[in-house]
Each structure stands twice: as structure tokens, then as C-alpha cells.
Design a protein around this ligand. Structure first.
Ligand code: RNT
Ligand code: ZN
Length: 419
């Protein structure tokens, strides 16, 4: 698209929004400040560097075998750097514990230390990207059906030590970057079929978490967040860390709760949970994904639910307490394309929400003008928000519109296809 076409479309859009009382420049500034925590695991199908021949387990699965996945830290860093050239704004990177720099050695999960992540912390400093972290309970011989909630004390101890170490690693990341690192705790524990000892496993999970989280670490450096799930592959009947479990846990301990878009009943949405949870937990962490029928982790697209989620964040007035992270892994298409498509969709949804004349809608609401509210919301859908997004990309020196496709094709040609 030609520069003057983008500019002209933007000026027109600006005027149209101004007539609704919306300041487009303010919306762009707010969007520019909303960092998305980019998940490192789309680049390599959630394999990591602990064991290059590792198999993904723990109720999650990638499908597809598209060539070019990242096999080393350098390749992963290169891929993320490329992605960052194709999206506007400043973003974060979310690492899993299996993505450390283990120097060619095998380091057990209960032995990992901040030094194994210094390569990442140096990279983060160099690139200006802040890091988030995730302990990894899955893909390990000691993680069958149960980890922190296992009846076997040895297994529990092993994973408690892993969790303890992960918190210290995340703390160190927070310290070095001068900004709290969000440490996400997702424990896949559960069973395929009718489980009798549901209470007992949940009691053990609570005990294990209580024990490890008793080590107080300043939230200036580390913010733990707990993520629930409804079911997974091989845990169709019972998941220990269910929504009720972690909602209770987070509320009781006044800590962050992670809401993953794919971890609820198929017609249940996380957008409607924001306004409730904000009343009971200090902060919310989001795993934005696209559940096709179930927690299928498809590439995020600009769906009604993604828009509703962004609207709830903005309308609540507490956007600073909701952290947007991504969580999907599609191995069937170009992985960088998957990243950029999903991140741009998340930004476009957020921009639309920021461009909403919410006061006007609230006025209708207060006057009980329900038809007017509905009609207005429908009109807003077709407002020229994309002209604003295009302009924002251009201003930031980022490819506008579909121009990023050829950049990804070129990177595939020069880089990923050679792997
Ligand atoms: C799995 C959870 C979890 C993982 C990542 C890799 O269902 O959503 O967040 O996807 O930790
Ligand atoms: Zn998730």
C-alpha cells in the first residue's frame, strides 16, 4: 500500500472517530503500551532444549510437521527477532523451563538454576524484550498422570523442587529486567477415566503448592499465576487443577489467575470471567488461544470472542491488571506466519476495543435504550479501525497489511527451509 493512501485512510478514519468523540491518537498510544507476552513454544512445537528428541506429553499435542522449526536457542532467538520486526509495539517473551541453555548437558528439572537462563536474560537485555516464565511439569519420565498431586512422595518432592527452582529463576529474570516476571504454573495432573480419589489428589496439589509458595519472593520480581484446565488428551475425565480449584486457590492466596481461552466447556468464554475475577484477584494472566471445538490451540484470529475479551479488558478500566499472553502451537503451517497472524489479531482486537465510544454506550444503557445500544454496537463493527492499525504499523516502520506475508516467505526461503 502506498504511504499516501495509508495516511489518507487514517485521516479519514480519525475524522470519523472524532465525530463519535473518540480520540484515535490516544487509542494508538494505549495500544503501543500494551505488551503481549509472546509464547516461545510456537517456534518449535513445545519441544525445548532439555532433550532435543523429546516427545510432547501431558495432555497437549501439536499436529503437523511443517518444515523449519527452531532447533537451537540461536534459531529460536532469530525467529523471535524476525517476528518482532513484523509487529508494532514492545513485547515480552514467555519461556518454559525446558528452553534453558543447558550447555549440551542433560540437566534434571530439579537441578535447573538461573545460570541456565542467563543466555536468555542477556538476549532480553540486548533486544529490550522482557521475559516471563513457566515451570514445565509435562514431557518428562516422572510426569505420568500425576506430578505435584501424586500419591508418591518422591514424585511430589521432585516436582516441588522443580517449582521452587522455577520461581527463583523467574525472580532472577524479574531482578535483571527491573520488571516482575510472570511465572505461570500449569500442572497437567489428571486421568483418562473415572477417578475415585479426586479430593485426595486435589488436597495433595494444594499442599504441594502451599509448601513451595510459602517461600516469599517480592512481587517486584516475581508474580506467580495459576492456570486451570477442564480436560486434556488422556485426562478427559479428571483434571486436578480445575477452574474451581485454582479460582479458590488464587482468591485465597490473593494471587494471579491465568485464564486460557481453551480450558473451559466448549461454549464457555473467558471474556465474561474478567469482570468477576478482577473483583477477587489482584491480576489476571491470559492465555489467548483459539479453541476449535476444544483446547485445540489453533492460531489466534480476530474472532468475536477475542474482541469481546479485549472489550472486557478495556471496559473494566483495569487494563493494567490484565496481562495478555499467547498460548497456541500449530505445527502444520509456517510457524512464524502463525506467530505474526496471531499477534496482529490480538492487537487488532485490542485496538477496536480502545476505539470504542464506551461512554456513549453506557449512556444508552443508563437510559434503558437497549435497541440504540445494540444498533450502535453493530455500527462500530464496520468503523475503519483497520486504517488506524495500518497507520500505526507504518509509523513504526512495520509492514502494513498483508505485506508481512512476503517477508515471512523470504525468511522461509533464506532461513527456515534450510533447517
Ligand atoms: C496447556 C496449557 C499450558 C501450555 C503451555 C505450553 O493446556 O494451556 O499453558 O499450553 O504451558
Ligand atoms: Zn495455557
Amino acid at each position: 500500500m502506498k504511504e499516501e493512501v495509508i495516511k489518507k485512510a487514517f485521516e479519514d478514519a480519525k475524522e470519523q472517530y472524532a465525530s463519535l468523540g473518540v480520540n484515535v491518537d490516544n487509542a494508538i498510544e494505549k495500544l503501543d503500551k500494551s505488551s503481549i507476552s509472546i509464547h516461545c513454544w510456537q517456534a518449535d512445537d513445545v519441544i525445548g532444549f532439555e532433550n532435543p528428541d523429546g516427545q510432547l506429553s501431558g495432555g497437549i499435542q501439536t499436529t503437523g510437521n511443517y518444515p523449519g522449526k527452531a532447533r537451537t536457542i540461536e534459531e529460536l532467538q532469530k525467529d523471535i527477532e524476525k517476528v518482532l520486526t513484523l509487529i508494532p509495539g514492545k513485547h515480552r517473551l514467555s519461556l518454559h523451563a525446558i528452553y534453558g541453555d543447558f550447555g549440551g548437558e542433560f540437566v534434571e528439572r530439579d537441578q535447573i538454576e538461573p545460570k541456565h537462563f542467563q543466555t536468555w536474560m542477556d538476549w532480553a537485555k540486548k533486544t529490550g524484550v522482557k521475559l516471563d516464565f513457566n515451570s514445565t511439569f509435562f514431557s518428562h519420565p516422572k510426569s505420568g498422570e500425576y506430578t505435584l498431586s501424586s500419591f508418591d512422595p518422591e514424585i511430589r518432592n521432585f516436582w516441588k523442587e522443580h517449582l521452587r527452582r522455577c520461581r527463583r529463576i523467574a525472580e532472577e529474570m524479574g531482578r535483571q529486567q527491573g520488571d516482575a516476571c510472570i511465572h505461570n504454573i500449569w500442572v497437567h495432573d489428571g486421568e483418562k477415566d473415572k477417578t475415585v480419589s479426586r479430593f485426595q489428589h486435589r488436597e495433595l496439589l494444594k499442599q504441594s503448592l502451599d509448601e513451595v509458595l510459602a517461600e516469599k519472593i517480592s512481587t517486584d520480581y516475581l508474580k506467580d499465576s495459576v492456570e486451570c484446565k477442564l480436560f486434556g488428551i488422556g485426562s478427559e475425565s479428571y483434571v486436578v487443577g480445575s477452574h474451581e480449584f485454582y479460582m479458590g486457590y488464587a482468591v485465597k492466596n490473593n494471587m494471579m489467575l491465568t485464564l486460557d481461552a481453551g480450558h473451559f466447556h466448549p461454549t464457555e468464554v473467558i471474556s465474561d470471567k474478567i469482570s468477576s475475577m478482577l473483583l477477587f484477584v489482584p491480576e489476571i494472566n491470559l492465555h489467548v488461544s483459539r479453541p476449535e471445538r476444544w483446547d485445540s490451540d489453533h492460531v489466534v484470529i480476530l474472532s468475536d470472542e477475542l474482541l469481546a475479551l479485549s472489550q472486557e479488558i478495556v471496559r473494566s478500566g483495569y487494563a493494567d491488571r490484565v496481562h495478555m499472553g499467547l498460548d497456541y502451537f500449530d505445527a502444520s503451517i509456517n510457524r512464524l506466519g502463525a506467530y505474526v497472524t496471531g499477534i496482529r489479531a490480538a492487537q487488532k482486537a485490542m485496538l477496536q476495543a480502545l476505539l470504542e465510544p464506551t461512554d456513549k454506550l453506557r449512556t444508552y444503557e443508563k437510559q434503558d435504550k437497549k435497541f440504540q445500544r445494540l444498533a450502535y454496537l453493530e455500527e462500530l463493527k464496520a468503523m475503519p479501525w483497520n486504517a488506524v492499525y495500518n497507520y500505526y504499523c507504518m509509523r513504526e516502520g512495520i509492514p502494513v497489511g498483508e505485506e508481512f506475508i512476503k517477508e515471512i516467505e523470504a525468511y522461509e526461503e533464506s532461513t527456515t527451509s534450510k533447517r
